[in-house]
Write a protein that binds this ligand. Sequence first.
Ligand SMILES: Cc1cc2nc3c(=O)[nH]c(=O)nc-3n(C[C@H](O)[C@H](O)[C@H](O)COP(=O)(O)O)c2cc1C
Length: 146
Amino acid sequence: MAKVLILYDSQTGNTERMAKAVAEGARSVLGVDVELKYYAGPDELAEAAAIVFGAPTYHHEITLPLKQILEEAAKAGVKLEGKIGAVFGSYGWSGEAPEKVLEILKNRFGMKVIEPPIKVLYEPKQAQLEECQKLGKRVAQEAVGK
Ligand SMILES: Cc1cc2nc3c(=O)[nH]c(=O)nc-3n(C[C@H](O)[C@H](O)[C@H](O)COP(=O)(O)O)c2cc1C
């Protein structure tokens, strides 16, 4: 089974709601094993066919837990080339984190990324959650097709 890993951080629940919608969309596709969590080590990343990050923006930055995942993967030399990558995240005014994560997935790890990332101002509305579901479905379909 193709594994879709959804890794997110969320301090007030906005990115978490998006993450759950992405997972729901991914689970609608047969033949995928979807995992939704805060952390995964390099070995788990290496096993996944697709990795989706939920990155809220704090202080114009990617938050520490997500940076840690990326740094550990880089240090371990984990090979993510050609895997599917996507990013989403809630923000308040500047919203840099999703693009920063996507840039790392694409240029540091050579992943095949879905652009642009989904960015939501504060709380996601129903239409935006549906967009997240669609993203999850697309990621899962591409993961199964690999
Ligand atoms: C201490 C603090 C710093 C923040 N810094 C930024 C920022 O630099 N840029 C931005 O767009 N939003 C910023 N925000 C707003 C958050 O990104 C926004 O509240 C978002 O919905 C949080 O997502 P979460 O509920 O998934 O944690 C900040 C919020 C807090 C509380």
